[in-house]
Design a protein around this ligand. Structure first.
Ligand SMILES: Nc1ncnc2c1ncn2[C@@H]1O[C@H](COP(=O)(O)OP(=O)(O)O)[C@@H](O)[C@H]1O
Ligand SMILES: [Mg+2]
Length: 269
């Protein structure tokens, strides 16, 4: 059993700024967890339908959780394995009315998201990273409401700084914020980082993700940073973020080994 009798640990990855790095963080963090032998899966609640590529899939996922006609209780049928070893529930091709329908369904049934994920059959103790659309968004709000931990991505840009209060408000103070796109050699970037950290206070995760070309290279190659760009700054950043997340979301009864669980499709031990 997971924490409080829960089978899964849900982690919503959200932001109020566009291009903040939600998908990047979701994908590389998931790959890093899998690399460390911790059961993990990704749920893509973003109409961009592109996180599969970051997990190494060569082809666009046609059908997924946002596709018209895919009922929430049939998510199991759209679950797929990925080359980096992270099971994925992709968004799939979607349209505005399918998204509105899911948003309304989730708003009517606050426990629905967790229930549908429980029904997918992931290993007990799996951490599910939920990639979302930029806030405000009804589906992203439902992910926040259902999540055990909310990871707010704050790009260290003027937009990231300006929208940080929106992020904090949308998460009702529950966001644990990670600065992304940190450029230590830029004085402006350093100033913005300090402002963001000062405003975030205790809600800032005590690490940062640097702007690193290796991120683009890894996504172009559809591979994990650990494999594609071992030793890069970003690879190191995600090792730190994975270690923090593992501590921040401990399984209640001694971890994946006690659960006898591995991610489906083979995280290593
Ligand atoms: N730390 C980083 N270093 C370099 N490029 C990054 C980093 N984080 C994100 N990017 C790039 O920024 C763009 C937006 O990232 P993405 O993850 O798609 O954002 P979102 O999902 O929030 O819209 C992508 O081209 C991605 O490769
Ligand atoms: Mg995205």
């Amino acid at each position: 059993m997971g924490r409080g009798g829960r089978m899964l640990t849900l982690i919503a990855v959200v932001s109020s700024a566009g291009g903040a790095g939600r998908s990047t963080v979701s994908a590389h963090l998931a790959a890093q967890l899998a690399h460390g032998g911790k059961p993990v899966a990704v749920l893509e609640l973003d109409a961009q339908n592109s996180i599969g590529a970051l997990l190494g899939l060569r082809q666009t996922c046609e059908t997924g959780v946002l596709t018209a006609g895919v009922a929430p209780d049939s998510w199991r049928a759209v679950l797929r394995e990925t080359p980096v070893g992270v099971p994925l529930l992709p968004a799939g091709r979607t349209d505005a009315s399918a998204q509105t329908a899911l948003g309304e369904w989730l708003q009517r049934d606050a426990g629905g998201l967790r229930r549908q994920l429980d029904a997918v059959g992931l290993a007990t103790g799996t951490r599910v990273l939920i990639d979302t659309q930029r806030l405000p968004d009804a589906i992203a709000q439902a992910a926040i409401a259902a999540a055990d931990l909310v990871l707010g991505i704050v790009p260290v840009t003027t937009t990231g700084y300006v929208t940080q209060p929106d992020l904090m408000a949308a998460c009702a103070g529950r966001a644990q914020m990670v600065p992304n796109l940190v450029a230590s050699s830029s004085p402006l970037n350093n100033d913005l980082l300090h402002l963001i950290q000062a405003r975030g206070g205790d809600a800032m995760v005590p690490l940062r993700i640097h702007r690193d070309d290796a991120v683009g290279t890894a996504s172009a190659n559809g591979g994990s940073l650990a494999k594609a760009a071992d030793g890069s700054q970003a690879a190191l950043d995600f090792i730190h973020l994975e270690a923090w997340l593992a501590r921040a979301t401990p399984p209640a009864d001694g971890g994946a080994m006690a659960n006898g669980g591995h991610a489906r499709g083979g995280a290593e031990t």
